[in-house]
Design a protein around this ligand. Structure first.
Ligand code: ADP
Ligand code: MG
Length: 553
């Protein structure tokens, strides 16, 4: 059989020169594991012996035959591209043909490998320059086992420059977790010093895998959106969105972007994600959001930095718009989003109803249809003059009337910030110059009206009819930008808790609230509703205890 691994032509080598990227145990793990994934592995076992500077990655991938093994560690040898044209069509994680070769210069490299189709495997020990030093037939299962030992053994300075073993192991764990999130169908086992350290079980989607890695997050805290985009050809956009009323973080450490199977830095897209959660989270809190794009490689420029960890994307505006729309969709209250919580229910009757209505094929067209069919919410009663008890097809909610109304007003104000003239003017006194310029800054018409007096001639439309209008303007004068002023106006104008509401008023509020872009939280980030969904109710009432028909089950 002809060799499939080939040395790259020099001009291609020139194009892709990556600089030195193997600088830590985590980098070795990443390179080896990416090779396993490129080989189609679904089961990967990583073993580490940090004190010995030894790393082993075993996989059940396609393996290498004798000829491949001869070539594998030579400089710039890869089976993944052939010429510079191929560079624009890369679908694999690796393509530089550099990792194994670099490892022969930095460590001892040994590979066991056997292709599925062959009944014999090989053990190869590589020498300097990547030439095989020992080559012997051996009995192993199909797949590949790569062992790197005595890493940086010939370069004491490198070892000294590295952080403590514990920190390096943390780096390895993070690297594996990130890769696992990008490839949720893979089973992972990770060993440290001959003891199992952690494992990751496969899951159908990234969202279903995430709770293994971020245990504070429960599956019901997440909403996944999967979109097939017609442009550019066959792109897919997959989003795992942490619902803002259920989870958020102190740092933006879980705003992640993965493109074609690899976590990357793409600051433009990270900003887009953060912006899409604007005014849905408490102050200084950040969302959980993983964006996975599968797009044709010519859209990506990997040469933003040598480690292939930061990229530029062509047509960035297009992607930003798609992402914003997808997050908006995930945050809305629509039948499709509600249906998510049904995975665990045993109430199959309800499940069927939801399926019939769901149309869960999330192509862009059907999204619109879904958004327009709002689930029917029914105001049942008011509790403590504060909460609206709501019935909906999947269970029941308690909606806090003040913040639900605040959300409605806030979005109206943002869409249409109107200052209206008032007659007579409102007279305020003893304003500081800072307060005056603050009011001017948010667009209010204000002028001196005598000693220590100012006349306010325009006010935000919502405040116009309010008895506490002067107080509200004073509040606005105390600082903050237009956005803060908008939140303050919404908050002041929203119906107070403690106010009795009749059924009709409650129903109107619910319908307005349901149509908002971010119905889950108020602009300060407080959750708006508490849900008691049918699966949780069924669990609480032990409806799975089949006692007898007489119990009405
Ligand atoms: P690259 O991944 O950029 O092609 P590497 O130096 O990492 O370069 O690997 C060289 C070649 O060795 C790969 O192109 C692949 O054909 C082969 N190879 C490496 N690891 C594996 C593996 N685990 N299973 C099958 N083939 C492998
Ligand atoms: Mg590689």
């Amino acid at each position: 059989m002809a060799s499939t691994i080939q040395a790259l032509p020099t001009e291609v080598v020139y194009l892709i020169t990556a600089g030195e990227v193997i600088d830590s145990l985590a980098a070795v793990v990443r390179e080896l594991v990416e090779n396993s994934l490129d080989a189609g592995a679904t089961r990967i076992v990583v073993s580490l012996w940090p004190q010995q500077w030894r790393i082993r990655v075993a996989d059940n991938g396609c393996g290498m035959d004798e000829a491949d093994l001869q070539q594998a560690a030579l400089a710039h040898s890869t089976s993944k591209i052939r010429s510079s044209d191929d560079l624009w069509k890369i679908h694999s994680l690796g393509f530089r043909g550099e990792a194994l070769h670099s490892l022969t210069t930095l460590a001892d490299l040994e590979i066991f490998s056997r292709p599925e189709t062959s009944n014999v495997g090989w053990r190869v020990v590589y020498g300097a320059g990547g030439k095989p030093r020992t080559f012997a037939a051996t009995a192993i299962a199909p797949g590949t086992v790569v062992t790197v030992s005595d890493l940086f053994g010939n370069c004491a300075a490198r070892r000294q420059g590295l952080p403590t073993t514990a920190q390096q192991m943390r780096g390895v764990q993070l690297a594996i977790q990130q890769i696992a999130l990008c490839h949720p169908h893979v089973t992972w086992q990770v060993w440290q010093n001959d003891r199992q350290w952690f494992s990751i079980s496969p899951a159908p989607t990234t969202g279903q895998l995430l709770p293994q890695i971020l245990p504070q997050v429960r599956p019901s805290d997440l909403q996944e959106v999967q979109l097939q985009l017609p442009q550019p050809q066959n792109s897919t956009l997959n989003l795992v969105v942490g619902l803002p009323d259920r989870c958020h973080r102190r740092r933006a450490d879980w705003v992640r972007v993965a493109i074609n199977g690899r976590m990357v830095k793409c600051p433009e897209l990270e900003q887009t994600i953060l912006a899409a959660f604007y005014k849905t989270l408490p102050r200084d809190r950040y969302p959980v959001c993983i964006l996975k794009l599968a797009i044709s490689p010519e859209q990506i420029n990997w040469n933003r930095n040598p480690a292939k960890s930061e990229i530029y994307l062509h047509k960035i505006d297009y992607w930003q718009e798609q992402i914003t729309q997808a997050i908006d969709q995930a945050l809305r209250i629509s039948p499709a989003n509600l249906k998510e919580s049904f995975h665990t229910t045993r109430v199959s009757k309800l499940l069927k109803v939801a399926e019939a209505k769901g149309g869960y094929n999330l192509s862009p067209q059907s999204n619109q249809a879904e958004n327009s069919t709002q689930p029917s919410l029914k105001a049942i009663a008011q509790l403590s003059n504060t909460y609206i008890v709501v019935e909906h097809p999947n269970g029941m909610w308690l909606v806090e009337q003040h913040i639900a109304h605040e959300r409605v007003l806030y979005e109206q104000i943002c869409d249409n910030w109107q200052l209206v003239p008032i007659e007579p003017a409102l007279i305020l006194y003893q304003l500081s110059s800072v307060q005056v310029s603050q009011l001017q800054r948010i667009g209010i018409d204000i002028e001196p009206f005598g000693e220590q007096l100012w006349a306010i001639r325009t006010v935000p439309a919502l405040l116009q009819q309010r008895e506490d209008c002067a107080e509200a303007i004073l509040e606005l004068s105390w600082g903050g930008d237009l956005e803060i002023a908008q939140v303050a106006v919404a908050c002041r104008s929203a119906i107070r808790n403690g106010t009795p509401m009749n059924r009709e008023e409650m129903q109107t509020l619910l319908e307005q609230w349901q149509k908002t872009r971010n119905p889950r939280t108020c602009p300060h980030g407080r959750p708006i509703y508490l849900s008691l969904e049918e699966p949780a109710l069924a669990r609480f009432f032990r409806r799975n205890w089949v006692i007898g028909k007489s119990h009405g089950i």
